[in-house]
Design a protein around this ligand. Structure first.
Ligand code: PGA
Length: 253
């Protein structure tokens, strides 16, 4: 069956020294209820955090972005091969901040996903609707379009390396969390959409994370929902105590 995953998205926060302390603190806090913890750190922190994470197998290293080209004259970009070389095992693709601020559309996202998979990375593919779409009650159609245009070009074997993170944009960094029922409804819809394309086994085996103002006070209620397999956590992943509490908020299997 699918894994329970707590993924931290540090975004553009944290000095290297603080990042090392946070990773070390999480190792020492020895969380037990998640199957996997993933730290999505800034590019500059990958190699050093990778060193800290050696010798244990609960906490995995991830990046927050990857270039949509394999190599060459792309000043300032970081390739999928470079991420693997620095020790990353995961990469976030499709985060609403990348879609919004950097205009990443379906064409770019599918190139990134393909390159990441070709280079042995697992992908945490993010999607979510803006507030006006939720207010118009059109969130399901919006999410279906995102899945179809970004992800459904993949074949079934590639889907085994995809984790999905549903992040309603109106809940990211705003303190407004989707209710556990809203999260469950959307996760069930995403799983049903996966099933109609790839069949029941892939749909049942894909972990679907919720993101958007997850914190220790709401994590266990959200994670208790049947189709919610964990969280992608921004602000509350920046401190050992709060992120360790979230990592320990999963129901027994
Ligand atoms: P947040 O961010 O937990 O601070 O709302 C989540 C995310 O953007 O991944």
């Amino acid at each position: 069956m699918r894994d329970y995953i707590a993924a931290g998205n540090w975004k553009m926060n944290m000095s290297i020294a603080n990042g090392k302390d946070l990773a070390q603190g999480l190792i020492e806090s020895n969380t037990t209820s998640s199957d996997k913890v993933i730290l999505c750190v800034p590019f500059t922190h990958l190699a050093v955090v990778n060193e800290i994470l050696k010798g244990q197998d609960l906490i995995h290293l991830g990046a927050q972005n990857v270039c949509c080209e394999p190599s060459g004259a792309f000043t300032g970009e970081i390739s999928a091969a470079m991420l693997t070389d620095a020790g990353a095992k995961y990469v976030l693709i499709g985060h609403s901040e990348r879609r919004g601020y950097y205009h990443e559309d379906a064409g770019i996202l599918s190139k990134k996903i393909t390159l990441a998979l070709e280079n042995g990375l697992k992908v945490i593919y993010c999607l979510g609707e803006p507030l006006e779409v939720r207010q118009a009650n059109e969130q399901n159609a919006h999410i279906k379009t995102q899945l179809e245009s970004d992800l459904f070009l993949l074949d079934a074997s590639q889907m085994a390396n995809i984790t999905i993170a549903y992040e309603p944009i109106w809940a990211i960094g705003t303190g407004k969390t989707a209710s556990p029922e809203q999260a469950q409804d959307m996760h069930a819809f995403i799983r049903a959409t996966l099933e109609s394309k790839y069949g029941a086994t892939i749909a049942q085996n894909t972990s679907i994370l919720y993101g958007g103002s997850v914190k220790p006070a709401n994590a266990s209620e959200i994670f208790s929902k049947e189709d919610v397999d964990g969280g992608l956590v921004g602000g509350a992943s920046l401190k050992v105590d709060s992120f360790a509490a979230i990592c320990n908020s999963f129901p027994p299997k």
